[in-house]
Design a binder for this molecule. Structure first.
Ligand code: C2O
Ligand code: CU
Length: 432
């Protein structure tokens, strides 16, 4: 399947250059406020992999702002179904979270204004949280980049990786005659492999988002590449050794000083057990151009902090279910028939997530970031803040959560068909 799809794509056209995503223009320049307009609509020509987009394209435009800014997004719904925007990884007020849980979705023809302060630097993304699996798979997603005014500013690029049409067989791709290309990665709306010809030796920051609903990237280390960021901005310490596994919803920032020609490929990896046999999937063919600039790697402000202590769990989430039944559970319950756990504002708790099912699940929580304090009892080497963490089969994850944001926060698997089939619950943080 995998190599067939590859041959098929290579047969269609030679590798094309990696596209640069447009950035949404600031509609009303005002200090400290970034004001953008997004229109969700069906794409006029859906033959290029996606059927929906924002402002006429998928992925939608990148929203770029600085920590401390207020983001104002005017969403107009030109779809024929309701939709919302969820700000994956950002601590927004509950009414801005884009979940149709006690807040109505945006009806067709309507406009809704999302507005919230940006308190976290890092690489985030936006996507609907209504009819989520279908709408996201159809192409409704884009990046939110929050720059830290204190960070160095090398050239900065956003790469959004996705498997188009993962589970919408009705949305056929006419040129292939079938509706699934689920092993073929696309980046920034174009099929891989893509070519990238950066200036040799010049350090770049690559912000990679896995917007796929089911696909895992497993990226081996390459000379001149180190991971500097994760879900929540800079890591506590850089990582020079891969493989870097990004499950659905995950992000990674890389500092990349391209010197020699190379191919960045994803090793075969799947939700059904992690690493597997097969050929790597070539994503980006890198051909550095010109004289090699004698530039050193950047001094980022890594804080090298140790992780907080592991501890007994205050709250337990057990993940179960199977592909065979097509039903997925948290604590034996399927959303929306779930027990709502309540925390008081300011509570500090340890949440344990146990995966007792036969597949991986990227566990995601809204409204908060959390700190990973152990995986199978082993603490990470450095402090690790996340909002989406993959759990392998049989794994137990423990995270520390400071309940700082009142609201009814979805906690779910970011394999979107799993969430749709029940693997979602609600963690309530009570107000003052
Ligand atoms: Cu990125 Cu509840 O989702
Ligand atoms: Cu799952």
């Amino acid at each position: 399947m995998r190599s067939l799809a590859a041959l098929c794509l290579l047969g269609v056209a030679a590798a094309q250059p990696l596209p640069t995503l447009p950035e949404a223009p600031d509609e009303a320049p005002e200090a400290g406020v970034v004001h953008v307009a997004l229109e969700a609509a069906a794409l006029p020509d859906p033959t290029h992999g996606y059927v929906y987009g924002f402002n006429g394209a998928s992925p939608g435009p990148t929203l770029r702002a600085r920590r401390g800014d207020t983001l104002v997004v005017e969403l107009t719904n030109r779809l024929d179904t309701p939709t919302t925007l969820h700000w994956h990884g950002l601590h927004v007020p509950f009414a801005m979270d884009g979940v149709p849980w006690m807040v109505d979705p945006v009806a067709p023809g309507e406009t809704f204004v999302y507005q919230f302060p940006l308190e976290q630097a890092g690489t985030y993304w936006y996507h609907p949280h209504f009819d989520t699996a279908r709408q996201v798979d159809g192409g409704l997603f884009g990046a939110v980049i929050v720059e830290d005014p204190a960070d160095p500013t090398p050239p900065d690029q956003v790469w959004i990786a996705d498997l188009p049409l993962e589970h919408d067989p009705s949305a056929a791709r006419p040129e292939h005659g079938h509706g699934r290309l689920s092993d073929a990665w696309w980046i920034n709306g174009a099929p891989t492999p893509l070519t990238w010809a950066p200036p040799a030796g010049v350090v770049q920051r690559i912000r990679l988002i896995n917007a796929s609903s089911t696909g895992y990237l497993a990226l081996p280390a390459l000379p001149g590449v180190r991971r500097i960021g994760g879900d929540q901005g800079l890591l506590a310490a850089p990582e020079a050794h891969g493989p870097w596994v990004l499950g659905p919803g995950d992000r990674a920032d890389f500092e990349w000083r391209p010197v020699d020609p190379a191919v960045w490929a994803s090793d075969p990896y799947s939700l059904n057990g992690g690493p597997r046999w097969g050929d790597p999937w070539p994503l980006v063919e890198v051909t550095p151009q010109g004289e090699i600039a004698p530039q050193p790697m950047i001094q980022w402000a890594f804080d090298e902090a140790a992780p907080s202590p592991d501890g007994p769990a205050d709250l337990l989430y057990v993940l179960s279910g199977s592909d065979r039944s097509g039903q997925w559970y948290i604590n034996g319950e399927r959303f929306p028939e779930v027990t709502i756990h309540e925390l008081a504002l300011g509570d500090q708790v340890v949440i344990e997530v146990r995966n007792l099912s036969p597949t991986h699940h990227p566990f995601h929580l809204h409204g908060h970031a959390f700190e990973v304090v152990s995986v199978d009892g082993v603490p990470p080497p450095h402090r690790r803040l996340e909002d989406t963490v993959d759990l392998g089969i049989g794994q137990t994850l423990r995270v520390r959560l400071n309940a700082t944001n009142p609201g009814d926060w979805m906690a779910h698997c970011h394999i979107l068909p799993h969430a749709e089939e029940g693997m979602m619950t609600v963690l309530r943080v009570l107000g003052e």
